[in-house]
Design a protein around this ligand. Structure first.
Ligand SMILES: Nc1ncnc2c1ncn2[C@@H]1O[C@H](COP(=O)(O)OP(=O)(O)OP(=O)(O)O)[C@@H](O)[C@H]1O
Ligand SMILES: [Mg+2]
Length: 405
């Protein structure tokens, strides 16, 4: 029973029915808002609920104002509504309920209700409709509507939590990608400054010693040491390049051209590179994402594709940067993409996300195509000022293409 507060005009309270033995198995009482202008019809409906063993706290209202007020005043489990009401009707009541932002089961209980009205009510989201001359169905309909509503709410909540958790996971993965790049850049800098600097100094000293000793045996030792130092310099440059591709300082086009040539030399797989522009002014972060994308795609080609030809296509068109790596190898399938211990393609997807882009994979008998797309604010735009977002966010695309990366 609701507390003894002032009732809005057009509202009246009915005591819970004692004849139905009250509550079920300790369940709390159902809070029923009954929109009904006929007191006897209201009593009859409550009697049916009581007889079915439902303990209810009910408020009867019969005007639009009282209905609005009651909706705002407290929580309800279900709204029962007559169809013909003074000054308005059940369909309008349903709209008022929807507009109120409250999500509640709504059951039409009416003397006469045409098929069209019933269909309209159900389309608008009513849980059920009943005729007043068949109130035996009322209690099961109320119970079913409430249970279905709770299920729906639980599902919605679970979906919301799942989406939020996916979002958090993706943010974490993107953050990790960015941190890894920063860490790599820092290590590359240290190798350059400390190791590189020391090796250069050793090289000069060795050369000086070589020039100032006459003993051929010592000279040979110096020569060997110089060779070792040269190897070490080469190795540290290679490591630095892998950590942070310095070639990118000459621009993405030059870097990809170099990568294609290196790949062809190393793997023996013919690799061609095409670009729509000779130079591209890209926002900060994009060249490195594109570079890592091509790097992983080519590594995959040499590891998995059994291809004889690869093409790298870079284009900037209609405000979207596209980088496509296609091979003529054996292709891949969904099971390949779902491999538990494969992170290359998954990582690319997260990496693309850090600059507002996405990755698509497609495969056929003719081979595999990997495509990175990054929308720019405007084609060929220069890097935006600090703090500005460089990209339009487009929610319409499917960021994973086919398959879950
Ligand atoms: N170009 C390709 N041609 C054929 N199969 C491919 C190609 N690229 C990827 N695959 C398949 O897709 C799988 C997933 O690739 P992914 O790059 O995610 O992982 P990986 O290369 O196996 O491992 P890593 O985590 O080292 O990258 C590969 O194991 C391979 O079976
Ligand atoms: Mg890989």
């Amino acid at each position: 029973m609701t507390p003894a507060a002032a009732l809005p005009p057009g509202a009246s309270r009915t005591e819970p029915r004692p004849d139905g033995a009250g509550e079920r198995g300790g369940d709390r009482r159902l809070r029923v808002l009954h929109l009904e202008d006929s007191a006897p019809d209201h009593e009859l409906a409550m009697a049916h609920l009581g007889r079915a063993g439902l303990g209810v706290d009910v408020l009867r209202v019969d005007s639009e104002a009282a209905f609005r007020e009651a909706l705002a005043a407290r929580d309800w489990d279900v709204v029962l509504s007559d169809f013909n009401l003074p000054g308005f009707d059940g369909l309008r009541a349903q709209r008022i309920l929807q507009d109120s932002g409250r999500s509640l089961p709504f059951i039409l209980v009416s003397g006469e209700i045409g098929e069209d009205t019933a269909v309209a009510a159900m389309r608008n989201g009513a849980s059920d409709y009943l005729l007043k001359n068949n109130l035996a169905r009322l209690a099961p309909a109320v119970e079913h509507a409430i249970a279905a509503h709770r299920d729906r709410q639980a599902r919605t909540e679970a979906d919301r939590e799942l989406a939020a958790s996916r979002q958090r996971l993706s943010e974490l993965a993107q953050h990790l990608q960015t941190s890894v790049e920063m860490e790599r850049a820092a290590i590359a800098r240290e190798i350059h400054d400390d190791v590189g600097g020391s090796l250069t100094a050793i090289k000069f000293d060795l050369a000086w010693i070589g020039r100032h000793v006459a003993d051929p045996e010592v000279q040979q030792r110096v020569f060997n040491a110089l060779e070792t130092v040269a190897h070490a310099v080469e190795a540290s440059q290679r490591i630095m390049h892998n950590l942070r591709p310095a070639i990118l300082e000459q621009g993405l086009v030059a870097a990809l051209q170099w990568m294609a040539a290196q790949f062809e030399n190393r793997s023996g797989i013919a690799c061609s590179f095409r670009s729509s522009h000779e130079n591209m002014q890209l926002p900060a972060g994009v060249p490195l994402v594109a570079y890592r994308f091509a790097q992983e795609a080519l590594t995959n080609v040499s590891k998995h594709a059994q291809a004889t030809r690869v093409t790298i296509d870079l284009s900037l068109s209609r405000g979207v940067l596209s980088l496509e790596v296609s091979d003529n190898g054996r292709g891949l399938d969904r099971a390949d993409l779902a491999k538990a211990r494969s992170f290359g393609l998954r990582g690319l997807h997260e990496r693309a996300g850090t600059v507002g882009g996405w990755v698509e994979v497609s495969s056929s008998a003719g081979g595999t195509v990997l495509m990175l797309s990054v929308p720019m604010r405007s084609a060929g735009a220069a890097a935006p000022p600090d703090g500005e977002t460089a990209f339009d966010q487009d929610d319409d695309h499917d960021p994973t293409g086919w398959g879950t990366l």
